[in-house]
Structure formats: structure tokens, C-alpha cells
Write a protein that binds this ligand. Sequence first.
Ligand code: BGC
Length: 464
Amino acid sequence: MAAVAATGGLLFGFDTGVISGAIPFMKLDFKLDDSQVENITTLGLIGAVVGALVSGWVSDKAGRKNVILVSAIVFLTGALWCGFATSIASLLAARFYLGLAIGIASFATPLYIAEISPAKIRGTLVSMFQLLITVGLLAAFLSDSFFADNKNVSSWRPMFYVGVVPALILLIGMFFLPESPRWLLSRGREAESRHIMEKTEDPSVLESEMARLKKDILEASQQMSFGETFRQKWMVYPLMLAICIMLFQQAVGINTIIYYGPSIFLKAGFEGNEAAIMASVSVGVINVIFTILSLFVIDKLGRRKLYFLGMGGIFVSLLLIAGCFAFLPHLGDFGRYAIVGAMLLYIAFFAVSMGPLAWVLITEVFPMKVRGVGSSIGSLSNWLFNSIVVWTFFKVIKGFTSLLGSDDMGTAGAFCSFALVAAIGLVWGIKFLPETKGMSLEDIEKHWKNGGKPADLGKQSAKI
Ligand code: BGC
């Protein structure tokens, strides 16, 4: 069940990543300039913000399964609409529409997986959602490179059509899956809920799990309102953590490489769109490999060590990318390969740390009663900062170019500004990043209520 539902993660990855290989061809086909490219990419993300915003509410009313089914239909029709788009306006509208499905999937899929999973393996199943995002990104890069044809400016169209296949898998697969037992119980449909739980739960814990679910649902029904949440003084830290961890995850520029990878490689001097897309396939492969590695180390190393290791590596590799661009005219052929190398290093450090860490942290730092609202604020923050970075990237390059005199120096300047964000993130982390490894959510909640500071979390768990 989790595997079928996680196709939602695959689609999230595929449909955000597919744009990267399509852009160089769309640029030629529609004679787009950089700011139009930013608009097309960003409208997809704004669609995701809207999708994430409404899906929490709709999934409470209509059920998780129905929301995922609707997202599969939007994924399917959106892929076709994007591929058939005949004007810039229809492309913009199609990307926004597809973005809605991405936003819905980013919220509803992990929620559904968490709710159908037995407690024992819930963590693993939910973190596999991030893994499937990276697999989806890789699939997009591979299919982009398969269809890229320098002699055919329309070769971006089939890149989008491929998205129909995973959307169909999700639609058909989801049709046969049951509704979330937790949601059914919350609607008073206990018999149906029990029937599903009998299939997914170990019989020896079935009764205690049903009782726990009932208790959870009762607590959730007493959940504080959005306004009340903000008024709790001790909620300042978890809220700040959820917003900031997503800010740093996005503002180090991850998606400029994920979405604009081929465009950056073209700037670095690779010839032909196909070569550039091949270079970004390697970005996708490294992303998947190091995300798998993170699943093994996240609970062993703990959150803080992983954060500093990852952010430190991100900082250094961003400076390397910037340095390579700055000295590109003197480095010759070596320069562009060095850029690919530095980008792969950057992706490896991101994938092993900030990628999964941010998603894990936003589900950990909130007390049970406000976890739903809290983690949706985290994912909104993710889409919002993602949109801002992606929408401004080429503008920042342009700004630096006019300041520093060349396009290469302009690109170097943009990556230096991401490095500055990473440096600020490192300093922020010293003071604020919590160590939640091995702590129960109740202990975390007590820590905030007792006026504890984020960096003392974990250290004081023994006292509590
Ligand atoms: C981020 C996405 C990013 C992906 C790359 C996720 O954790 O939220 O914005 O595209 O990682 O693997």
C-alpha cells in the first residue's frame, strides 16, 4: 500500500524535475528569455503552494484516498496539457495546474502513508517518500535525456507526456487501495477502519493500536486553532525551526541545480542540449545514492552532526562552483568538468543531510496537538522559499553580471550568495538546531513547555 501511494512522491519528483531538460528546447521553440523561463518554472511552484494549502482541509473533509485520486487525475491531465501547450500563456496555465497536483501530493501522500503504516515501521516508510522524490527526479532527467534531440525543437513535448505513466499507476493503484483507517475512524466509521487495520496491523497489537488511534483522534479534535497556536509563547521555537530549516534547505539553491541544471551546464560551456542533460542525469544518480545513504545514518549520527557535516560540505562545494565559474576563462576544458564535479559534491552533501533532515525535523519538533498545522507550515515554507529562489536565480545572475562585467562572474556571484546563506545557516545551527535523535515526542513537548532552548534539546532529555 505504501509503495503504491509513494508513487505520489515519484510524481512530485518527476514533475518538478522534468522542466530542467525541457527548458533549453522550450526556449528555442517559444523564443523565451530567462525571465519567462523563471515565470514558467515558478508558476508550477506557486501551484504547489496553493495545492499544499488547500489539500489539508480537503483531505479532512473528503478523505485521503479521494484527494490522492484527484491529484492523480490532475497529474495525468496536467502532463498532457503541458506537452500539448501551443503558447506561452497555455504553458504557464498548464504548469500552474500541474503544480496543484505536486502540492497536493507533497502533503497527502506522506499523510496517507503515515496513517496506514504500523507504528513500528512508520518512520522508514515515510522517509522513503523523500527517496521516491529523488527517484522521480532521476526518472525525469533520464527521460529528458532520452527525448532530447538537438535537431528537433519540439523534443520537450514527449518529456512531459512520460509523466502520464506514473500518474496512471497512481490512479489505478490508488483506486484499489483502502481509505486511511485513521480518517475513517475520525468520521465514526469504526467497522470499516477495523477491517483495514486487521490487514495492516500485527494481530497482537491490533486492540491497543485501535485504542491509541481513538485517543489520538480525540486529542486532534481538541487541537488548538491556528490563532491559538501562535499565541503559545513556547511555540515560538518549533515554529521558527520549521520555517528556518526549510528556508535554509531551499536558500542554499538546491533547486537552481535540480531545475536549471542543464541551463547551468550550458553556461559552463557544454555544447548541445543533450550533453547538458547527460550531465544532469549524473546529478540525479548521485542524489538517489546519497539519499539512500542518509536513511542509514540519520538515526545513527543524529540530526546535529548530520546538519553540520552537510551544511559545511554544501558551503565548500558552493565556493568551489563559484570559483570554477569565476576562473572559467583560464581553466579551459578542465573548468567545465570541475563545475560538474563540484555540483555533484554539492548534491551529495545535500542529499545525505538537508534533503531528508528538513522533512524529518518538521514532523518531530511539534507537539502532537499541533503537529498537523505545524508541519503544513513547514511544507508551505518549503514551497514558498523554493519559488522565491527559482524565480530570482537568473535575475541575480544578471545583477551580478552587470556589476562584475561578465556572465561567468555573474554566475559565480549567484553561487557565492548561496554560499553566504550556507554560512549563515551554519551559525544559526550552532544556536538553534535541535538534537531530536532518540527522543520521544512527549519529551520534546515538555522541553518547550519548560522554556527549554532548541540547542539544549537532547542534552537535557535525561533531566526531563
Ligand atoms: C526538497 C526539494 C528538492 C529535493 C531534491 C527535497 O528535500 O524539498 O525541493 O528538489 O529534495 O532531492
